[in-house]
Design a protein around this ligand. Sequence first.
Ligand code: SAH
Ligand code: SF4
Ligand code: F3S
Length: 487
Amino acid sequence: MSLNEQIEKITDSMDLTAPAPEDEPYRQYFFIRKAREQFRALSEETGRPLTFDVVTFGCQMNARDSEKLRGILEEIGFVKSDSEDADFVIYNTCTVRENANTKVYGRLGGLHALKNRNPHMMIGLCGCMMQEPEVVETIREKFDFVNLIFGTFNIYKLAELISRVLDHPDEMIVDIREKADRTVEALPVDRTYAFKSGVNIMYGCNNFCSYCIVPYVRGRERSREPVDIIREIEKLADDGVKEIMLLGQNVNSYGKTLDQPVSFAELLSEIAGIDGLKRIRFMTSHPKDLSDDLIRVMADHADVICPHLHLPLQSGSTEILKNMNRHYTKESYLALVDRIRAAMPDISLTTDIIVGYPGETEEDFQETLDVVRKVRYDSAFTFIYSKRSGTPAAVMDDQVPEDVVKDRFGRLLTEVQEIGRERTARFEGQTMDVLVEHVNEQDTSLVTGRLANNIVVHFPGSEDLIGEIVPVKLDKCHGFYYIGSRA
Ligand code: SAH
Ligand code: SF4
Ligand code: F3S
């Protein structure tokens, strides 16, 4: 029986005449049942099934959380819609950079117009942005049509919160916690893909990089117990999942805070032995904690652990790295890359880089370019530094003028793209395995998938290949992707 089927059986047996249990996850099973009853009444009133849409902003962590939110909504009885013209819309927000917030505020106006046309519409906001008190304040003042606000620490409570919203449709329900009180396992999940899945191995972050808001909105680092992780992955593999992505803000520090500490390398090597899995990915790796054990485990299990490492650089200047609280130097980063490449010569390396961090000089920026040229990344996410209030960097005096930042950003992008194109083309003419993800949106005679090293490939094929791993000849590289043909 799948996890969702087991949960359904337990929720069906919950007694609604008794008070809600205090223990989790039983409390949530109770509220799933309760919300289902409330919801049925509402659905009868409208004479049609009620729909929902969960819109995800931000990183893989949020994408995984959204699968959990969707799982609960479906268990209650909502039907998934792919449009925001739905009866319950949830924005799962990100706040890592200023423009993430701006985007959400901009789109809330559009939701208001939809809500004016649909009297049953409910709007929920959750995720990282909601952990900032001034955001909640702004929403109360300017977007009072929002029904529900919750944060990153209580998404497991969605059923309970919906039950409250259904009881009080004209109020704004706000439930924000300042820290994680518990990790609740065994709640329903609606996976976006049948054949691949994210798996949280840890939550939160203890690194406090000086520019970054994540530790403030996601709380302290908490690792899940290895047995819970392994059990979840075994179930996924039984269910036909071929690829998993282990998720954490810094997977390399996994397990340090457990009662019986386990290293990420140990966890990974155990996961590599799970039957049925074809591809294991993980992110994100902080360079300061990447151990030689991990490199060895990756090399030893190259058949199943993907030859790809996302290794955020942030800056190539040792001075700036020190100020950023990153705990590595330009030299130690380059030495680490050498060790990784010595063990896995063909590995794909990708990175994140911030331009315009306070105090960054042209010389500092040249150090970044130097690392980019030495490492030769397959691809890189480049970001303009964004001031996040509450972080130490936001109050530093020497913020870099906008025109200087833009100029550096342009130069970096050119370099990164040129190298990325050259690197990506290195497999031209070879035949490699592609895990097919979907039919190509622009040209439906093609399907789109990924190589183990994460490069995207389009090739002629049809829907029935989705979820299959097929050998494909990489005929032509077009910058960051290949056009191929069945080998
Ligand atoms: N835990 C991951 C990163 C999570 S945030 C790590 O340590 O690598 C993803 C990326 O957003 C970061 O790597 C960084 O490059 C970028 N970022 C974070 N805060 C930022 C800010 N204030 N301005 C610009 N980019 C930022
Ligand atoms: Fe942010 Fe640094 Fe933690 Fe990554 S490691 S989430 S950049 S504080
Ligand atoms: Fe954004 Fe939160 Fe992820 S701030 S990047 S969604 S952890």
